[in-house]
Design a binder for this molecule. Structure first.
Ligand code: NDP
Ligand code: 8X3
Length: 249
């Protein structure tokens, strides 16, 4: 049975990905900080879902969590680096430095630590897939995205650089770059303010967590000789802003 580790499986894309992978016969190690969420998923999804509770932003916790895996789960075929968050939408000169720090620690530090821990086994076995969840915010600027978008640009570029390093190893690397999708993402971004969190989704059609999970699963299930380098998806309702020009009058 193939083993996947999905970070951030306690909600959103990660949870949907865990569900889809299990339905296709994978065994999934689902990670997150909220133990009760992961336990509830384990109770629902059965023996093929293994909860692993730790904070990806704490290097020691990542190391201990990976070291705690039983032999049957320690050869990971698929790593989905999905855990991440945006905090705030203020312009850079008004943003909370603590929020910036937390985004960097989670979206960048967490992702590189998990990659560094899991990739050597893949290289040794000569097979494996790493899927990093980036964002359209990596590719296009928008007001208030400042550090969040920059962390995702890191994720996209790190994915390409990782692929360059893994050339010849048969290990695959993909950056998935989704646009507007309704999960708990916005609630987290706005500090639990449900009214503010609903604004991006008002009167429009957005991606579902299942849409993104389907992209993850599609990438993972490609024949072994195909590497999807990057995959950007948006709802049809979303596209690109022009360059705003500030006029003198
Ligand atoms: P959710 O808030 O629904 O899920 C985020 C997941 O990440 C949760 O399971 C959460 O688990 C986990 N997580 C966050 N911080 C940590 C941490 N420090 N340690 C461990 N786990 C953590 O949002 P999404 O599903 O939307 O987000 C998933 C990824 O997709 C993120 O990287 C996000 O940036 C990205 N993304 C989201 C888009 C969207 O519009 N929704 C679009 C493009 C990209 P817990 O709280 O239990 O720790
Ligand atoms: C999440 C999508 O557009 O809110 O990465 O930045 S967006």
């Amino acid at each position: 049975m193939k083993v996947a580790m999905v970070t951030g499986a306690s909600s959103g894309f990660g949870e949907a990905t865990a569900r889809q992978l299990i339905a296709l016969g994978w065994c999934v190690i689902g990670t997150g900080r909220r133990a009760e969420r992961l336990q509830a998923l384990a109770a629902e999804l059965g023996e093929h879902f293994h909860p692993l509770v730790f904070d990806v932003s704490e290097r020691k916790a990542c190391e201990e969590a990976v070291a705690s895996l039983p032999p049957a789960l320690s050869s990971i075929d698929l790593l989905v680096n999905n855990a991440g968050l945006a905090l705030g939408l203020e312009p850079a000169h008004e943003a909370e430095l603590d929020n910036w720090q937390r985004m960097i620690e989670t979206n960048i530090n967490g992702l590189i630590v998990m990659t560094r821990l899991i990739s050597p086994g893949m290289v040794e076995r000569g097979s494996g897939t790493i899927i990093n969840i980036s964002s359209v915010a990596a590719n296009y600027a928008y007001p208030g995205a400042n550090v969040y978008g920059a962390t995702k640009a890191f994720v996209s570029q790190f994915s390409l650089n990782l692929r360059a390093d893994l050339h010849g190893s048969s290990v695959r690397v993909t950056s998935i770059e989704p646009g507007l999708c309704k999960t708990e993402f916005s609630l987290v971004r706005f500090g639990g303010d449900a009214k503010a969190a609903d604004v991006p989704y008002a009167d429009t059609e957005f991606l579902s967590a299942d849409d993104v999970a389907s992209a993850v699963v599609w990438v993972a299930e490609q024949p072994a000789h195909i590497n999807i380098n990057r995959l950007e998806l948006m709802p049809v309702s979303q596209s690109f802003a022009g360059f705003p020009i500030h006029r003198k009058n």
